[in-house]
Design a protein around this ligand. Structure first.
Ligand code: ADP
Length: 270
């Protein structure tokens, strides 16, 4: 029991016994504070690209006679609009994963398919930086899950690996079975994450370096989404990293055999 709300209550009009009513308001206050922070953060995150778009639109009006400048500003507008679209998409994903709607059924999902889908979605960004994505590890693993959510999670890990790696590097993605779980790992040889930030990167809107994140078009929501997907599946996500050497993210999801009958999410048998 934390902070208490204390009230004295007396029966109507009577000088009779006084009741001392204790209320635990700590949890309610904490939830309210988290909600307020979240709304403030969303507002702030939306303000940046919207402000940039409106400045760029003004600049285009002023430079209407100069096609080169107009093209340059228009391309920056596209970049900002893409960032805004990604932010909105990720906010919707996050609110769904946080229980905004009922969880879909957990069914057998092939890990190979999840990885192939994620590689497919990040190939373009990787190619642009001449980064090779190499798949390896155990084939044929089957987990109990929601394929679209798992594909989103692995895509987010791969997209980060690409975003935070220099050109001409390699990213390894693969899976192995361990103690009843499929461990899906994504390893890059990028900039790495400082020790003091490692435990916080899974928080919503947490970014190691704001300026770097805005250059890479980051929203600070990617890893929060991965964490929710892991939790919804009865799994976990963790990171190993060394600054300047790279990072490995590991997503663990319970294994199952191909013939398992579907189980409603959150109601998985032990
Ligand atoms: P963002 O959209 O900013 O990438 P994420 O939630 O995906 O947000 O990641 C949070 C922060 O963690 C990032 O801003 C970045 O600083 C750090 N990070 C995530 N993945 C990596 C990685 N593979 N290498 C280095 N830093 C990373």
């Amino acid at each position: 029991l934390g902070v208490l709300g204390v009230r004295l209550e007396r029966g109507p009009g009577s000088p009779g016994p006084v009741a001392l009513v204790l209320q635990d308001v700590t949890e309610a206050r904490r939830v309210e504070a988290v909600r307020r922070d979240f709304v403030a953060n969303v507002g702030h995150e939306l303000k940046t690209p919207v402000g940039a778009l409106s400045l760029l639109a003004e600049a285009i009006e002023d430079a209407a006679d100069d096609p080169t400048t107009v093209r340059r500003f228009a391309s920056r507008m596209t970049h900002e609009a893409d960032r805004l679209a990604r932010l909105v998409r990720e906010l919707i994903d996050l609110s769904r994963l946080q229980g905004g709607e009922p969880l879909p059924e957990l069914v057998p999902v092939e890990v190979d398919t999840v990885i192939a889908e994620a590689v497919d979605r990040t190939k373009l960004a990787a190619t642009a930086k001449q980064i090779a994505i190499v798949s390896g590890g155990e084939r044929g693993l089957v987990v109990k899950g929601v394929e679209s959510q798992l594909a989103t999670a692995v895509t987010n890990l791969l997209a980060n690996a690409v975003a935070y790696s220099p050109e001409h590097t390699r990213i390894a993605v693969g899976a192995r079975a361990r103690a009843g779980f499929a461990e899906i790992t994504v390893t890059d040889s990028g900039i790495g994450i400082p020790r003091e930030d490692r435990s916080r990167v899974f928080e919503r809107f947490y970014r190691v370096d704001q300026s770097r994140a805005s250059r890479t078009g980051g929203t600070g929501l990617g890893l929060a989404i991965v964490k929710h997907v892991a939790t919804n599946h009865g799994g976990s996500v963790s990171v190993w990293s060394e600054e300047g050497l790279g990072s490995t993210f590991t997503l663990r999801v319970p294994l199952t055999d191909r013939t398992t009958t579907p189980t409603p999410a959150g109601d998985a048998p032990a």
